[in-house]
Design a binder for this molecule. Sequence first.
Ligand code: AMP
Length: 211
Amino acid sequence: MRLILIGAPGVGKGTQAKKISLKFNIPHISTGDILRSEISSNSELGKKAEEYVNSGKLVPDELITGMIKEEFKKDKFKAGFLMDGFPRTLEQAEKFSELLKELNLNLDKVINITVDENEIVRRLTDRVVCRDCNKVFKLSDFAKDQPLKCDCGGELYKRKDDSEEVIKKRFEVYKKQTQPLVEYYKNLGLLENIDGLGTENEIFERILARL
Ligand code: AMP
């Protein structure tokens, strides 16, 4: 199974990506997770990407496509993959189509999760993430004196780009640079639109029904 998940920030791509990758036993590639890990280890790529990520702008295409090309040298992607947060621009989508062609691989589906904008802002301002396994939680599910810990024991933290100001910026960027991908993949006959309102499992079932 070769899949791409697209959708505005906060629609639940990461959560669904983990479930899909477990169900089909395919590697999950989140370019956001890779970049955050590069930033926290202060690597060369991390240093170049930090300012963009923290301010909600997109990291330049050539850095991202270089990173993906490196990832795809690993054999594990031949059997299948799930892309989460990539591609994010038309240029990335075109470069990715070229790379897949070179590798003789076809995409099966592009899942576009859709949620109303007000709901997304509410979700993102309430979001905390595990530093160790990247699992997402709702801050409002924790009592005031309860420690912010994941089931894996990792510390939960608020992403720097989940502040109201940066969320607005990420939305603008999404509309301008990422939304055109919906048309691109629709024209290729690969697009499946999924309503992202509901419980995690309801949304997961909707996705499974289209695969
Ligand atoms: P995400 O975790 O997918 O919300 O990504 C967080 C941030 O990482 C984005 O706001 C961008 O700054 C950067 N980023 C992640 N994926 C990409 C991509 N495919 N192209 C450019 N920037 C990206």
